[in-house]
Design a protein around this ligand. Structure first.
Ligand code: PLP
Length: 392
């Protein structure tokens, strides 16, 4: 018998993919230059040349050696490269024994949630949030508890989080720089969160793990991104090189269990167990090897910074309201009607593809991914104008 839940998940592709597929169809029908696809977060800049150089070098190795299985958490040398990188950048005491390489941040998140929850537990997410958090927490049998971010500044709402935490709370997922808002949680905000979690851990008598989802860590426009593990001991970092090195399809990332954690060794063993139970073992080996040598490559954010400026200047001129993004490559724009899905449909009629807030557990906004060409942004002006005129 087919599992009904899996059937539902598989037969209803997520809205963003559907919108993206719609964009591809429209481009084929009316020409690429006439479709303004702000739907998906696929990096628009190429991976650094050192990635190609490394792949070419690797291809010289005997294939049976190059393509061989690694140990489940990955090659020790690649895990050590991650630990060294974290130590150099954030002054932490990381060793390879706390790093588990994964097929992207998605696998890292699934592993982390499975490692530290039981069915029936609650996992708090801060809305708006990356929609897959709901799928992954519910897949682990947990309840995904949505707590809205502070609407005034899109920071974590510490009072609302205090009210949401109870003895069933096993974990909280945060994501900064944020998809879909582009906000970065400030040091003060993270400090306040850490203080709250410490207080609540004492109150409920068990750990409340902070799962810090950080695929956009390097994509910032000047603002500092506090390294969460330096603020709260029970932190598990989930990372991906999908965005920072423009390698989304190569599926490479990691879980890092903070060395400050009291039960770090046990949590790491559970991470390994979850990797085994979920089948997320031996991350793609070519890219483990690529990461080993390319981990310190700087992320080039110039193109995204330019796009951010282009798009926000244009929307300023047209009178749209949005949240000024400090990081990632998304713009959170106020819909011109309460029903963000209807607004997204109205935009679609002008070949302007915007993701409604409903996809992120929120209402009344849309997300525009500006990791696209500047020409597309410029050419989209007429669509934004026409959309505005619809609501005049
Ligand atoms: N977390 C967030 C916030 C994301 O935006 C994404 C991808 O867009 C992921 C996780 C998944 O990353 P990956 O492609 O490495 O699995």
């Amino acid at each position: 018998m087919i599992n009904e839940r899996m059937y539902q998940l598989g037969s209803q592709p997520n809205y963003i993919r559907k919108l993206y597929a719609h964009g591809l169809e429209r481009k084929a029908a009316i020409g690429e230059e006439n479709v303004f696809d702000y739907s998906i977060g696929n990096p628009s800049i190429p991976a650094p040349p050192s990635v190609r150089t490394r792949i070419e070098e690797l291809l010289e190795e005997p294939p049976e050696q190059l393509h061989a299985y690694t140990m489940s958490p990955g090659l020790q040398s690649a895990r050590q490269a991650v630990a060294d990188n974290l130590r150099e950048r954030f002054g932490i005491d990381a060793t390879f024994g706390q790093v588990y390489l994964t097929a992207g941040a998605t696998a890292a998140l699934y592993i982390s949630v499975a490692a530290i929850t039981y069915p029936g537990d609650e996992v708090i997410v801060n809305a708006p949030y990356f929609a897959e958090y709901k799928v992954m927490t519910e897949s682990a049998g947990c309840t995904c508890v949505e707590v809205p971010m502070r609407q005034s500044d899109f920071q974590l709402d510490i009072d609302a989080l205090r009210a949401a935490i109870n003895e069933k709370t096993a974990a909280m997922i945060i994501n900064s720089p944020n998809n879909p808002v582009g906000c970065i949680y400030t040091r003060e905000n993270i400090e306040a969160l850490a203080a709250l979690l410490v207080e609540k851990e004492r109150e409920v008598g068990h750990p409340i793990y902070l799962i810090s989802d950080e695929p956009y860590r390097e994509i910032t426009y000047g603002a500092d991104v506090p390294f969460t593990a330096n603020f709260y001991d029970d932190t598990i970092v989930c990372y991906s090189w999908a965005k920072s090195l423009s390698l989304p399809g190569e599926r490479i990332g990691y879980v890092y269990v903070s060395d400050h954690m009291k039960d770090a060794a046990a949590v790491f063993a559970a991470v390994c167990g979850a990797g085994r139970a979920l089948g997320f073992i031996c991350a793609p080996v070519m890219f483990q090897r690529v990461i080993e040598t390319c981990i310190s490559e700087p992320t080039n954010v110039d193109a995204y910074a330019e796009n951010r400026q282009l798009l926000t200047d244009m929307l300023d001129e047209l009178g749209y309201e949005y949240i000024q993004p400090d990081g990632a490559f998304y713009l959170w724009i106020r819909a011109l009607e309460e029903d963000d899905e209807a607004f997204s449909e109205a935009a679609k009629a002008h070949e302007l593809l915007l993701v409604p807030a409903t996809c992120f557990g929120a209402k009344g906004w849309v997300r525009a991914s500006y990791c696209i060409s500047p020409e597309t942004i410029k050419a989209s002006r007429k669509a934004w104008e026409a959309l505005k005129a619809d609501y005049a």
